[in-house]
Design a protein. Structure first.
Length: 324
């Protein structure tokens, strides 16, 4: 089993997102498009979270002694995110990550801390799709914070954990993923009363990124921003939320998807398959809990994994159950 933690900034000048060329090491001649998996479990505490709350953070996220422990600092934010500045005191969020069965995509659970929902803006669905667009797949991520933060910088710890695990992260991929998180926030905030909107929006973003990658890989031709905005609008219509997403919001998201198109991950053949799995995860999800042990254990993939690794499966399910 695998676990990692993210540190998020309470106040930062620009959004941060998950990103890393992750998952199973698969066919690619370039580390920019290769996907990787972690070999160890990690928990990454925000530097602004005092050690006095570590036990409670561990309890919320289900972290045990097998997790390698790291701290995400302001210098890590500058290294992995690079947009704006922050301080150690502002690095608050923490995260735990575990691998799931092949083909499961990315799922994210945002957990309350002492009954408080302290990740106030970024949704589980945003984290999941942005992580996937950066190269992360087949994992469950748990995010929490000991006090209220927007959550924009929560993924700094993910980058740090992957580098600690020996995987070189491509800065162009992470920057493109970060821009998607930023670009989708206005639309998410404007539709806070619709709990199904984040899942539908991020599914539409995933649909569009998949189409962009397919076109780039099949023909070698890059789509224009106008082309991408048209793809996005059709994807939003397919998900039934085009009327809820303004032209301005769509233009901003299309601009971020141009960044994705220009990043190495859009040339990855495995991305097309992997993003499909995460689209399926987010499209009908609502709220902050995308992964539940019972649902996963009863899936065909879960049953197959039982045969392959009973001890690992039991440990993973117990980890997920600890959140409820």
């Amino acid at each position: 089993m695998l676990a990692v933690t993210l540190a998020g900034a309470a106040a930062v000048a620009a959004p941060a997102v998950v990103s890393a060329d992750t998952a199973t090491e698969q066919s690619s001649s370039s580390s920019s498009t290769a996907t990787h998996t972690l070999s160890n479990s990690y928990v990454v505490y925000g530097a602004g979270a005092p050690q006095s709350v570590y036990d409670q953070l561990n309890s919320v996220m289900g972290v045990d002694s097998s997790f390698k422990k790291l701290t995400a600092t302001a210098s890590d934010y500058a290294k992995y995110i690079g947009n704006g500045t922050t301080t150690d005191a502002a690095m608050i969020s923490s995260v735990a990550i575990a691998p799931t069965d092949p083909g499961s995509g990315v799922k994210v659970n945002i957990k309350k801390y002492n009954g408080q929902s302290n990740i106030t803006e970024v949704t589980a669905q945003q984290y999941a799709m942005v992580a996937q667009m950066a190269g992360v797949t087949d994992i469950t991520i748990v995010v929490t914070a000991n006090r209220a933060v927007s959550g924009e910088s929560a993924l700094t710890g993910v980058y740090k954990a992957f580098e600690e695990d020996g995987h070189q992260l491509n800065s162009q991929n992470t920057a493109a993923a970060n821009s998607v998180l930023d670009a989708t926030q206005d639309a998410i905030d404007a539709n806070k009363d619709d709990s199904s909107y984040p899942g539908k929006l991020m599914a539409a973003v995933g649909d569009t990124s998949k189409q962009i990658a397919q076109q780039k890989q099949s023909s070698g031709e890059l789509a224009t921003k106008a082309d991408i905005q048209e793809m996005l609008n059709k994807a939003l219509e397919k998900r039934g939320i085009a009327d809820q997403t303004t032209t301005t919001q769509q233009e901003k998201i299309a601009g971020a998807l141009v960044n994705f198109q220009n990043s190495p991950i859009s040339s990855s053949k495995t991305y097309i398959t992997n993003v499909t799995n995460t689209i399926n995860n987010v499209k009908n999800s609502t709220g902050n809990l995308m992964n539940k042990a019972k649902n996963w254990a009863n899936s065909e993939a879960g049953k197959e994994t039982v045969k392959q690794a009973q001890n690992w499966l039991t440990r993973f399910i117990n980890w997920v159950k600890s959140w409820f």
